[in-house]
Design a protein around this ligand. Structure first.
Ligand code: WTA
Length: 686
């Protein structure tokens, strides 16, 4: 129940006493003290944390050095420069050497409930060393980029840790992306090696990863870049139970043929099965000690120009930050069983499936499937099966499961749960309350964690044993993070108010650059408000000092927690020969949070047919990914524009929502189109 607390205006949900009792941070006084220290003496704060990790050499210069002020020159961020360490060593060897080798690192749960595996820390270390040897043999050297396009299987963990072990930079591409999207990312990073699997079942759907990879590599060759070697995990035949072939379909091209031969496009000079490659690999693979600022990985995120940005994270700072946020945000203890449902292909998977938990020596669940297969209570089954204590998922999943009704949840015990996390998009209070009341049975702390691919780890979040929470608010900054709200002119808003969410100084986990384009890094994140890192999100501060993230304020959509730029969808649509012009905006969607709403003007009065609409959906699926597909397509006889020809998306957003209060339209060149657009709008929002 929400309660009133002295000193706070709104009613709040207090930390559950049994969580607070054992918590690393168990009161707001303690939080304030730690926070204060992290801001006033960052070096003392973070260097104490650094002592828990292994350093081959100590830092040579200042613990943290940075410049956020473009007028003083290049923007840069460095933590512990000159120190030498290795991420893989800290995630694996360190625990094994401390006698924790037999502890389970991951319980793997396949798409089919019958497919399971468990991996201890020492088993993982053995496999990582062998695969590190394979990478060496394939000619991968420190600093080389390795493309990884794999499903949620243990080899994905092995692959990323093996890269880290030898100093190579992994570039993981979510296995739901299309061949085109994969090719773009491989080309941008100039990867010479790619790692994939034959395929994966997601529910009843077979995703033909090898076929998609073949196509992507063809596209790369056409564009002058050859990927030299591909290692392929043979995953499908080892599954206990093959999902019936009736519903087989390629995510990419919606093919229906049930036959799939992953070897159809096999190139014997290029491709090798994973198991063959590791069979004669050496058992040991030495750790490559790298500089604190050596790149650890890159991960692409949408950019408002439509071209994805390769967000680059480096070693030491990222390590300190994900380990610390994991420990405090989930209040991690050694007897926990932790489960983050995110795919490793996203930042949440990088930081809170792999690195954060492993740095803490945690035991986690890794899940290959979907929440709805074979039944809508799969999540709750898994929670009971492994006695999960800390659970981390996305609002879009919460809303979808909420729709299935409480019964499916209530028939499972869930008594083990203590902390429930949310990530990826603003969580609406209704979903928050359902998560708290039904899933958590009112006994758990809910932590709404705000962060980005760029921030590396949580930057705004409650702490489960300390923070009185408000449904829908990400509450307070994490240690070392100094948020500010600015108005359009860059003037800081003190106290209550709403504005651009920015950060004043770097925390250890912030990105260091956009791969291959430092200027874009400076322009995207630091130009708008000099001296600040700009998130691209808006936020409101309430009378109690709590922060409420209101969502993107740039041309970015957040669909089911996936960031997609409107420009990227528009450029896919415009490729269709019947399309003259198009504009894409966000429209509310009851499950996905935001849906993709497209306004399309056809060429030379071409008819607006169902066939055309189908082709447009397919275009987006092929160019980007199925998750970016339009939810709504509306015929637009014309688009509202300013006199200088800029499309007025603000007005289009209103039309999509059927809101006639258009605000100031004095700059619109020709407003006669507005009525027509209202007439043609998609009547029912989902
Ligand atoms: C949004 C995901 C509100 C936000 C970790 C951000 C959120 C973008 C929250 C980053 C939250 C993420 N509340 N909004 N708790 N978490 N977002 O890079 O718009 O995939 O800028 O990183 O998701 O998405 P990304």
């Amino acid at each position: 129940m929400a309660t009133h607390v002295e000193g706070l205006t709104d009613e709040v949900y207090l930390p559950p006493p049994h969580v607070a009792e054992e918590a690393h941070c168990s009161s707001m006084q303690q939080y304030d003290k730690l926070y204060q220290q992290s801001i006033e003496e960052p070096e003392a704060f973070w260097s104490r944390i650094a002592e828990q990790f292994y350093w081959q050499e100590q830092p040579a210069g200042p613990f943290c050095d940075f410049n956020f002020d473009a007028s003083r020159g290049r923007i840069f961020i460095e933590w512990m420069k000159g120190a030498k360490t290795n991420m893989c060593y800290n995630c694996l060897d360190r625990h094994v050497e401390n006698g924790r080798g037999d502890q389970v690192a991951f319980y793997w749960e396949g798409n089919e409930p019958a497919d399971t595996a468990r991996l201890t820390y020492s088993q993982l270390l053995t496999r990582v060393q062998r695969f590190g040897g394979v990478l060496h043999r394939l000619g991968v050297r420190s600093g080389d980029r390795v493309a990884i396009y794999m499903p949620m299987i243990p080899e994905l963990l092995v692959a990323m840790l093996a890269c880290a072990r030898i100093g190579a930079v992994h570039s993981i591409v979510f296995a739901g992306y299309s061949a085109d999207a994969l090719a773009d990312r491989i080309l941008d990073a100039r990867c010479r090696i790619a790692l994939t699997a034959d395929g994966v079942w997601r529910g009843n759907k077979l995703i033909r990863l090898k076929e998609i990879t073949d196509r992507a590599l063809e596209l790369c060759t056409e564009r002058g870049h050859r990927v030299e070697r591909v290692v392929v995990v043979r995953h499908l035949p080892r599954l206990h139970h093959q999902t019936p072939s009736t519903a087989v379909g390629d995510q990419n091209s919606a093919q229906t043929t049930p036959q799939y031969d992953p070897q159809a496009g096999w190139d014997a000079d290029r491709d090798v099965w994973w198991e063959d490659a590791v069979s004669d690999a050496p058992e040991r693979c030495d750790v490559q000690w790298v500089d604190a600022e050596h790149p650890l990985f890159m991960l692409y995120t949408s950019g408002s120009t439509g071209k994805p940005k390769g967000v680059l994270h480096t070693t030491a700072g990222y390590m300190l930050y994900v380990a610390t946020t994991f420990k405090y945000t989930f209040d991690y203890h050694p007897d926990d069983v932790y489960w983050c449902t995110a795919d490793i292909g996203w930042i949440t998977g990088h930081s809170y499936v792999t690195y954060g938990p492993m740095l803490n020596g945690a035991t986690s669940v890794m899940f290959e499937g979907t929440p709805f297969y074979p039944t809508g209570d799969r999540m709750w089954q898994i929670i009971d099966k492994y006695a999960v204590t800390k659970f981390y998922t996305a609002p879009t999943a919460i809303r979808a499961l909420m729709r299935l009704g409480d019964d499916l949840v209530l028939r499972h015990s869930r008594q083990s749960l203590k902390v429930l996390g949310s990530v990826g998009e603003p969580i609406n209070p209704e979903a928050w309350l359902w998560y708290h009341r039904v899933v958590g049975g009112g006994r758990c702390a809910v932590v709404d964690t705000f962060w980005q691919t760029e921030t590396g780890g949580h930057v705004l979040t409650p702490l489960p044993g300390a923070t009185p929470t408000k449904p829908g608010s990400a509450c307070r900054p994490f240690f070392g993070v100094q948020p500010a709200l600015l108005d359009e002119n860059g003037v800081e808003i003190a106290g209550e108010g709403e504005g651009y969410l920015v950060f004043r100084r770097p925390w250890p986990g912030i990105m260091r650059t956009v791969y291959g384009n430092h200027q874009r890094f400076e322009t995207t994140y630091f130009k708008k408000f000099n001296g600040f890192y700009c998130t691209g999100d808006g936020a409101r501060r309430d009378a109690d000092g709590y922060l409420w993230v209101t969502g993107r304020i740039d041309d970015m959509l957040n669909v089911s927690g996936h960031l997609i730029s409107t420009a990227q969808i528009e450029s896919a649509l415009i490729e269709h020969p019947a399309v003259a012009e198009t504009a894409v905006v966000a429209a509310p969607h009851s499950v996905k949070g935001e849906g993709v709403y497209c306004f399309v003007t056809t060429k030379d009065g071409r008819p607006w047919t169902e066939q055309l609409q189908k082709e447009l959906v397919l275009k987006v699926r092929e160019r980007i990914a199925p998750f970016a597909a339009p939810d709504y397509l509306q015929y637009a006889p014309g688009l509202p524009k300013t006199r200088s020809g800029k499309i007025m998306r603000r007005v289009l957003r209103k039309i999509a929502q059927n809101d006639r209060d258009l605000g100031d339209v004095s700059t619109m060149a020709d407003s006669s189109v507005i009525d027509l657009l209202f007439q043609h709008r998609c009547q029912h929002l989902k």
